[in-house]
Design a protein around this ligand. Structure first.
Ligand code: 2M8
Length: 817
């Protein structure tokens, strides 16, 4: 396969030939050596050479004369681009393609472009053949509708790598960062299925073709599952038929396929007895309609049918088919506009556009008749809708490619929030979980540091401090992605591993792991190398916000320094949340002053420690790092790569962890103040949470947990400061309240050391707390009442995660399935 990347063989050959022409070695009029000779001289295949020659032709340097070869016609490269666009679709006969292509062509024409059309059939060989031929003919970019089974991902990756403008339509290739314009398949399917549930159906089926890895199919299935959850129905394999093969290239079915499909559908209707079915597209609805007729079932009296609409067939069926209409005209037009913008050099980040669908209610749906509802016994009990509420919170806080922790109080992307929130998304919309992770990683600094906030430039007024408080940070990250200058507990690696476990298929799993791996490795390496002081392998944490436990009494020693920032400031955090839930002004003075010191040291921890009173080894942060390193090693192994952290390095870290954090007298693990050179002995559950590292022996973990429960009186677990401590405050932020994400992490730790029953009990309790008090930022351990910001993302995501499996660590039964 010809390599198209600039630093690639093709790029090299093209530059070499260009140099000969522009440098005068081949003056205007020179006839180039015949292709086989030139290919041999340059040591490349003829395919690669042709591709390079094609580009030179595009640039106006050479011209091909029939049967005489290629001639140099100019020594100056012209920038005139071809006004032709390549459009490839599986088949023009495919109903979903025809109107898309029409819309694309109209729009391209409006912009002065014309279209070269290719039909990729059902084979990736044909797909890449068509694309390559078009490239040779000098198209300026592509709009591609990838084939249903095993599209040529490598080919499209090559196009991307060579900066050939590319926009996908209808579906996209997971893991490939390219523009894509698709219907909002998840919401469209959700709306249809939710409608069926709302009119009383309890046995709602889904009929699909077998290309579940195709994103449009996966997303419609996802929407189906989400609607079931929202309606309190349980996903039932029996009600999902996905074994129907995609029709051939000409969209035709052979006689035997027709009867085979008919049999499958009849079997499905008789054995699973759905009262309503949502179909992947309307041709399947049409066949289903026929199968129902064969069985003597009437639509909609005995069977309601809704389809995702692909073609005008929907309007011809009697009774008229209720459909989710795809905005095909808008998809085609937007794809063409985007591509033209790309060709004209727009530097926008690649984006995925999901265009809203329209639900068209016709006559193929009706409430289930009493008789049929009774066929499979009584309707399931009215479900609790905690999962639906949780999903609604996530959706409300969804900023597109990341989730705000809460709508007003925290309008940006937070590092450890997003990491944990991706676990919830993974259950309701796996691709969305991947986007959450990707957008976090896009904010990575050149050094590998992954900042604790990725600011949303549209909401800078809503939160203090903004990027202007980290002025020198600008030099360390991509200019268009403003960030803070500190990091967060590295729970992301563990989250990525879990999200990968939930991948819809092996290809997506591999794509997620292989694509995130390098960035995750750089982050852990940054922490292990750039945050080391005095040869100690533990991580130097430079700011209370970096720990995530902002105003925990673990950091009260900072107050002794009486820090004040140079620049004045106005807090915004108490505008939305009562001051009693928030840190004090003097805490903010210290936070801002530390930022000034850190920024002044240009984020170099060694320079910073010279001037700062705050450098700690946070027991929980260190534990998260160790867990992340072992998780990353496991990811590497699953990818067949060499584990990045060697045993020796991990052992050294483990030894330092025990030495600095374990207090044998108090039988617990504590933080360490690097500046004062002593342990910080404050009774919080940070040491218990550190069990997630796998570094704490079971006996010690058990004793810590028993001592915690023993001193917990009747309070809700897990308080963040012992109630006997003078600073205990049940409503103030990190000075006592219970946090759902911390409970989740502690349960993970308990399960890690084998305290499974304790972990389960804590998980159950946590779900109960949310059921009782909603999705709050935190909860009072005294009465369980919610505090801080409302409708918070991580309780929503983690409740979904907890409901979605039986046990931490031994996951696997998603609620939704
Ligand atoms: C809280 O921290 C931010 C600063 O990062 C704030 O108070 O403005 C903490 O609870 C932190 O752990 C959390 O990640 C963040 C967003 O939920 O809020």
């Amino acid at each position: 396969m010809a390599d198209l990347a600039p630093g690639s063989t093709h790029g090299r050959i093209r530059s070499e030939l260009e140099r000969r022409i522009t440098g005068g070695a081949w003056p205007v009029g020179t006839r180039l050596p015949p292709e086989p000779v030139l290919a041999r001289q340059l040591g490349v295949s003829r395919g690669t050479l042709r591709r390079a020659l094609g580009t030179l032709r595009e640039h106006g340097l050479i011209e091909a004369a029939p049967r005489r070869g290629s001639f140099v016609i100019s020594a100056v490269r012209t920038t005139v681009q071809s006004r032709q666009i390549g459009v490839v679709v599986p088949s023009i006969a495919k109903p979903s393609a025809a109107s898309l292509v029409q819309a694309i062509e109209d729009e391209l024409h409006r912009h002065g472009y014309s279209m070269l059309f290719g039909s990729s059939g059902a084979s990736s060989a044909q797909e890449s053949g068509r694309v390559r031929r078009m490239l040779e003919n000098g198209v300026s970019g592509f709009i591609a509708y990838p084939i249903d089974y095993e599209p040529d991902v490598g080919l499209y990756a090559e196009l991307k790598a060579s900066d050939v403008p590319l926009v996908f339509i209808d579906r996209y290739l997971p893991g490939l960062r390219a523009d894509a314009v698709v219907a909002d398949n998840v919401s469209g399917a959700y709306e249809a299925v939710k409608y069926l549930a709302d009119i009383g159906h309890r046995r709602i089926g889904f009929v699909s073709t077998d290309n579940l890895a195709t994103t449009s199919v996966a997303d419609r299935l996802q929407g189906y599952r989400q609607a079931l959850v929202a309606a309190g129905l349980t996903y039932d394999d029996e009600l999902v038929l996905w074994r129907i093969p995609v029709a051939g290239a000409g969209w035709e079915l052979t006689e035997s396929q027709r009867s085979e499909n008919g049999n499958l559908l009849c079997e499905f209707l008789s054995e699973s007895s759905p009262t309503a079915v949502f179909t992947l597209h309307d041709r399947l609805a049409f066949h289903l309609h026929q199968a129902a007729a064969v069985l003597g079932r009437r639509v909609p009296d005995d069977l309601s049918i809704v389809a995702f609409s692909d073609d005008p067939l929907a309007q011809t069926l009697l009774p008229g088919l209720t459909v989710v209409e795809q905005p095909r005209d808008r998809i085609g037009r937007l794809a063409a506009q985007l591509l033209v913008r790309r060709i004209q050099g727009s530097g926008e980040e690649p984006a995925r556009y999901s265009l809203a669908t329209t639900f068209l209610l016709r006559r193929s749906t009706a409430p289930p008749s009493a008789g049929r509802r009774g066929r499979r016994g009584p309707a399931p009990p009215k479900p609790r809708d905690l999962a639906a509420e949780a999903m609604a919170v996530l959706r409300a806080n969804d900023a597109g490619s990341w989730t705000k922790p809460s709508a007003h109080q925290y309008p940006h992307q937070w590092n450890w929030d997003s990491a944990l929130v991706s676990l919830g998304w993974a259950l309701v919309d796996w691709q969305r979980a991947v986007r959450e992770i990707e957008s976090l990683l896009h904010a990575q600094w050149i050094s590998g540091m992954l900042p604790h906030i990725r600011y949303d430039p549209a909401h800078l007024k809503g939160y203090f401090p903004g990027p202007d408080r980290w002025p020198n940070a600008d030099r360390h990250h991509a200019p268009e992605i403003p960030t803070s200058g500190i990091s967060n507990p590295p729970v992301l690696v563990t989250a990525v591993r879990r999200v990968a476990e939930r991948a819809p298929d092996a290809v997506s799993r591999h794509a997620l792991l292989s694509q995130t791996f390098p960035a995750l490795e750089r982050w852990l390496n940054y922490l292990a190398r750039e945050r080391q002081l005095d040869g100690c392998p533990l991580i130097s944490v430079v700011h209370p916000w970096e720990t995530g436990w902002d105003n925990s009494p673990r950091w009260d020693h900072l107050q002794a320094a009486g820090l004040k920032p140079r620049q004045p400031f106005t807090r915004r955090d108490t505008e939305y949340v009562g001051a009693e839930h928030r840190p004090e002004d003097r805490d903010y003075d210290a936070y801002l002053a530390l930022i000034e010191l850190l920024d002044g040291a240009d984020y170099d921890v060694r320079r910073y420690r010279e001037v700062s009173p705050f450098v700690v080894y946070d027991v929980f942060f260190d534990a998260c790092w160790y867990r992340a390193a072992t998780d990353l090693n496991a990811i590497a192994e699953s990818l067949g790569a060499r584990p990045p952290f060697e045993r020796g390095e991990l052992d050294e870290f483990a030894a330092a962890f025990q030495e600095r954090h374990w207090d044998a007298e108090l039988n617990s693990y504590f933080d360490y103040d690097v500046v004062a050179g002593r342990r910080i002995v404050v009774p919080t559950p940070a040491g218990i949470a550190a069990t997630l590292s796998g570094l704490i022996p079971r006996g010690r973990a058990e004793r810590m947990w028993t001592s915690y429960t023993g001193s917990s009186l009747d309070l809700r677990p897990v308080w963040t400061l012992a109630p006997k401590h003078p600073a205990f405050d049940p409503v103030c932020y990190w000075r006592g309240p219970v946090w759902v994400h911390l409970n989740w992490l502690i349960a993970l730790g308990l399960a890690t050391v084998g305290l499974d029953d304790e972990a389960s009990a804590l998980e159950r309790h946590t779900i109960g707390l949310v059921e009782e008090s909603g999705f709050s930022e935190h909860y009072s351990p005294v009465d369980g009442l919610g505090g801080g910001a409302p409708r918070f993302s991580w309780p929503a995501a983690l409740v979904l995660e907890l409901l979605g499996r039986n046990r931490v660590g031994k996951s696997v039964q998603p609620i939704i399935s």
